[in-house]
Design a protein around this ligand. Structure first.
Ligand code: NAD
Length: 468
């Protein structure tokens, strides 16, 4: 029977068959190194509740192993190992110095109060720390489905309590709040990366034309998004506000809300936060059959909720020309083949949602260097720019334009540097994937194969370098 893990392994096998790797290395890269399972009790509401959690370490060809922790009532070991493998490939594809890991706790966070979630999270963190699955040099989690910056802060604080002498303790987890040694732009990072990925695709006319688009402008493109959580909300917000896309449908757990003129994403987010779903939102028409809206007619479909939502049962009915996998593993292996046969282009998860781990990398580096980005250069740059402006004024006899002053004189802030670094990583990686997809001698079958090939070759190089 197919499963999320089998899907990821099939993608891997498919690509590896055409690579020239030393005997046995493919198997070494493919398998998950270790999975830690913990069952722990927490006294809540007058009795002891037992929780099950996992932390899978897929690869430590680079240390630390990096990957989020999700809270979900349907989490299991297969899912965690599949997600850990995706993290290995994602980090290697971006060229980050990380192995791949992932964790999960089998819990429905909406069923627990904030103070109860704190107790449960701290207890889970203790288990991870005690067994060597949490530290800045070995294993560094981040937020994922059902967790957020608050969850990460509890984990970091628990680490600090148990290891007060570790000067790099705060780098044991990323996605922390700003006041807790986080970094500007981490919360928006995955959605921002999705936006950069779509921009890069449309700015490459040869690729856009493969999906039947004339390329260029995103203005007026219709977009359907599944999941208005961290990733889906930020992607929807940036695409509608900054690129002029029309978000024509948002699918949530309780159904879908549609508006062909484009939904007001801020108003919808406020409604979802207040009511827990899209039902009752006045800015669109509601339908309880949420999953059916994946088949809506649109330019871009962005599954941003969970895995395996595009499968054999609906792949033939998908009407989008471009699927952007903001979630991890939203398309099954068979559905991927079906979509490809129908000419639908997929921007694969390991690239599309890589913005989160890219900015997590910046946060980890910031924590390890113990200095905010831009601190040493900011005033120096500002002074240099003022001198340059004065020199221009003296040389030309004209005043420096007032409207350009703010942008020219202001030194680089942390958010500017983070967005610039993320933009660069997403665009330069896309250029490499596109180059492989369009290689006249040996074209990759699609963007996913290009991404896996780039990543597996880099991991193989790391193993070869240490003589394995
Ligand atoms: P989240 O918990 O913030 O949001 C998930 C949203 O999806 C929620 O609003 C939830 O109600 C909705 N949802 C859940 N099941 C659904 C269903 N069956 N139909 C419709 N909506 C549903 O999670 P997130 O952090 O936004 O993660 C979403 C996806 O993105 C996951 O696959 C995750 O692994 C992936 N991802 C997240 C990050 C990150 O930085 N948070 C990074 C990379 C990948």
């Amino acid at each position: 029977m197919s499963s999320f893990l089998k899907d990821v392994e099939s993608q891997f096998d498919n690509v590896v068959a055409s690579l020239d790797l030393p005997e046995g290395l493919a198997e070494k890269i493919r398998v998950c190194n270790a999975t830690y399972v913990t069952r722990f009790g927490v006294r809540l509401r007058g009795k002891i509740h037992t929780f099950t959690g996992w932390r899978a370490v897929h690869s430590t060809h680079q240390n630390p192993a990096k990957g989020g922790i999700r809270y979900s009532s349907i989490a299991d070991q297969d899912e965690v190992e599949a997600l850990a493998a995706l993290m290995t490939y994602k980090c290697a594809m971006l060229g980050l110095p990380f192995g791949g890991s992932k964790g999960a706790l089998k819990i429905d966070p909406s069923k627990w109060e904030e103070n109860e979630l704190e107790k449960i999270t701290r207890r889970f963190a203790q288990e991870l720390i005690r067994h060597g699955f949490l530290s800045s040099g070995m294993n560094v989690p981040a937020p994922d489905m059902g967790t957020n910056e608050q969850t990460m802060m509890w984990i970091a604080d628990e680490y600090r309590r148990l290891k007060p002498d570790d000067i790099n303790g705060m780098a044991c987890v990323t996605g922390k709040p700003l006041g807790g040694n986080g970094i500007e732009g981490r919360t928006e990072a995955t959605g921002r990366g999705v936006q950069f990925a779509i921009q890069a695709f449309f700015e490459t006319p040869s690729d856009a034309s493969k999906a039947g688009f004339s390329g260029g402008d995103l203005h007026g493109r219709s977009v359907v998004i599944q999941g208005l959580g961290n990733v889906g909300y930020h992607a929807a917000k940036f695409l509608s506000k900054e690129d002029g896309c029309l978000i024509t449908a948002v699918i949530e757990r309780d159904g879908v809300v549609r508006n062909t003129a484009g939904l007001d994403i801020e108003a919808l987010k406020t409604h979802v936060a207040a009511t827990g779903g899209v039902h009752g939102f006045e800015g669109g028409s509601y339908d309880p059959e949420g999953a059916r809206a994946l088949e809506d007619n649109c330019d871009i479909l962005i599954p941003a909720a969970m895995e395996r939502v595009i499968h054999c049962g609906n792949a033939g009915a998908i009407n989008a020309r471009l699927v952007v996998e903001a979630a991890n593993g939203p398309t099954t292996y068979e559905a991927d083949q079906k979509l490809r046969e129908r000419g639908v282009v997929i921007i694969p998860d390991i690239y599309a949602n890589a913005g989160g781990v890219a900015v997590s990398y910046f946060e980890w580096v910031k924590n390890l260097t113990h200095i905010p980005f831009g601190l040493m250069e900011r005033r120096y740059d500002e002074k240099g720019h003022r001198t340059l402006a004065r020199s221009l004024e003296m040389m030309t006899g004209q005043a420096f334009p007032k409207e350009a002053e703010a942008a020219f004189f202001q030194g680089r802030r942390e958010i500017d540097l983070v967005r610039s670094g993320l933009d660069d990583m997403m665009r330069s990686t896309y250029a490499e994937l596109s180059r492989r997809w369009n290689d006249p001698d040996d074209p990759a079958r699609d963007l996913r194969s290009a991404a896996y090939t780039l990543s597996i070759n880099r991991i193989a190089e790391a193993y070869k370098a240490i003589g394995i």
